[in-house]
Design a protein around this ligand. Structure first.
Ligand code: ADP
Ligand code: MG
Length: 233
């Protein structure tokens, strides 16, 4: 479904060059949640931006369902993001002045749906993520975990086939983080979504079908090791 082949991406700022992706090859199949696990600065966000067609590789290929995402003209890449891709961020990016339901309609409206229609399609997604009864609330009246659920509903309301999640539990306490991870895994399996989850949260390793260890722009052969659990004082 999603396929990266020998992808290289270098950032140049001033005299500095950073190889954020240094020959990355990976695939994510439909119905599979793959964790990209690595410390800050290891290149996780860069890989998601490449998969979304926001960044272009210097060399190598990014392919989705046989299409060459890395070589798409900008207009086609924008359509690809609108129709095929759902994106979730660490910091939710909800509109403060809009209700949970209206936040969940944003992508549908962007595609030209009428407001009533968009609301009718978004509501089942709020139900699905467990906050259907809070559809009329504004983000300020929701917990952080609930806000991330709204963001999940927004990302999925237009039924993308590829889900990209960048540190989705980064602003959540561990309990609500685990609930969001469980939800993502469940939806990905039920809907046959290909999901790529960038994270440094070891809890993600419990929910991913596969985990890839990333460090300094490279994937290691060995699967990620969970950090040792430190003893309580
Ligand atoms: P992660 O998401 O794992 O924290 P990133 O993909 O954001 O990693 O960054 C990978 C490396 O690329 C880091 O060394 C980071 O400083 C560098 N980097 C990221 N974005 C830029 C940019 N726009 N310009 C220059 N360097 C960047
Ligand atoms: Mg990042």
């Amino acid at each position: 479904m999603l396929e990266l082949h020998e992808v290289v991406k270098t950032y140049v700022s001033g005299d500095e060059r950073v190889r954020a992706a240094d020959g990355i090859s990976l695939t994510v199949e439909a119905g599979e949640l793959v964790a990209l696990y690595g410390p800050s600065g290891s290149g996780k966000t860069t890989l998601l931006l490449l998969a979304a067609g926001i960044l272009r590789p210097d060399s190598g290929q990014v392919r989705y369902a046989g299409r060459d995402v890395g070589a798409m003209p900008e207009r086609e890449a924008a359509a690809y993001r609108m129709h095929d891709v759902g994106i979730i961020f660490q910091s939710f990016h909800l509109i403060p002045g809009a209700t949970a339901l209206d936040n969940a309609t944003v992508k549908l409206l962007g595609r030209g749906a009428a407001r009533r229609d968009a609301r009718r399609r978004a509501q089942p997604w709020l139900d699905r993520v467990g906050i259907g009864s809070k559809a009329a609330r504004h983000p300020a009246k929701l917990s952080a975990g609930e806000r991330q659920r709204v963001a999940v509903a927004r990302a999925l309301a237009n039924e993308p086939r590829l889900l990209l999640a960048d540190e989705p539990t980064g602003n959540l306490d561990s309990e609500s983080g685990r609930r969001v991870l469980a939800l993502l895994a469940e939806i990905c399996h039920d809907q046959g979504l290909a999901a790529l989850l960038a994270t440094h949260d070891p809890a993600a390793l419990d929910f991913a079908d596969r985990a890839l260890q990333l460090r300094d722009g490279r994937l290691s052969e060995a699967p990620p090791q969970r950090p040792a659990i430190s003893e309580a004082p």
